[in-house]
Design a protein around this ligand. Structure first.
Ligand SMILES: Nc1ncnc2c1ncn2[C@@H]1O[C@H](COP(=O)(O)OP(=O)(O)OP(=O)(O)O)[C@@H](O)[C@H]1O
Length: 228
């Protein structure tokens, strides 16, 4: 469960990115965050992973107000949230297998668990046969699958996807959406910031529209609502 109560966020340079956000997102929901460029979508997701702190307000994730976490508590909290970005952000010198295993090594999983689980998520994203490849040897869609596998390998309750299809062609984007839907079907909450009218209007989900730092629309099975 995610909740924001009267959340305001002003960056140090004075830009007001969020201007009073009140929202609740239940466990297992799939939510699109839409809105014009600069509306505050990325800032919204950054607050949820404690990459930024709000200037005011409470951000509650799984019953904990995460604005109150001490810095040393942040890495442990983040285990519960997977994040996927438009530009994949894989480690270029590591293989597909190593990129995913690394996320489990940092939380000190046993080698046996790591082997089993990495092969299982690779199968889930359809990349078992590319475990030994490095990111440069993969297509954009395949790299995004690796990033998704890495994001879910520690079984987070929430997956945040910040424009996950932004660098992909339409056909590949649909494949990525299918994987995200499967992950959601297994109970993971998904928050996806997107500019894709096609996707939002085709795969109907809850739509939260942000403009100038406030929520202007929040609809079950909503429309994208913008021209581009
Ligand atoms: N680190 C930062 N320092 C100062 N201002 C920032 C910073 N990050 C974002 N902003 C500003 O905050 C506002 C909201 O930005 P944000 O990245 O959250 O928007 P967005 O909706 O994700 O945009 P886009 O769709 O282009 O990714 C913008 O005016 C942006 O310029």
């Amino acid at each position: 469960m995610i909740e924001m109560q009267e959340v305001y966020m002003t960056y140090p340079n004075g830009v007001v990115a969020l201007n009073g956000i009140d929202v609740k997102i239940g466990q297992g929901e799939f939510v699109y965050i839409v809105g014009p460029s600069g509306a505050g979508k990325s800032t919204f997701t950054k607050l949820l992973i404690r990459e930024e702190l709000p200037t005011n307000g409470a951000v509650t994730v799984n019953n904990k107000n995460i604005t109150e976490l001490k810095w040393k508590e942040v890495p442990y909290f983040r285990r519960n949230i997977g994040v996927v970005y438009q530009d994949f952000r894989l480690l270029p010198k590591l293989t597909v297998y190593e990129n995913i295993a690394f996320a489990m090594e940092v939380i000190e999983e046993t080698p046996k668990n790591i082997r089993k689980r990495v092969m299982s998520v690779l199968e889930q994203v359809g990349l078992k046969n590319k475990a030994r490849f490095i990111p440069d040897e993969l297509s954009g869609g395949e790299q995004q699958r690796v990033a998704i596998a890495r994001a879910i390998v520690n079984r987070p309750s929430i997956l945040i996807a910040d424009e996950p299809t932004g660098n992909l062609d339409p056909e590949t984007s649909w494949e990525i959406m299918q994987i995200l839907e499967e992950i959601n079907a297994s109970g993971t909450t998904i928050l996806m910031a997107t500019h894709s009218k096609e996707i939002v209007n085709t795969i109907k989900k809850r739509v939260i529209a942000v403009e100038d730092g406030t929520i202007v629309r929040d609809e079950h099975r909503g429309e994208y609502g913008y021209e581009i």
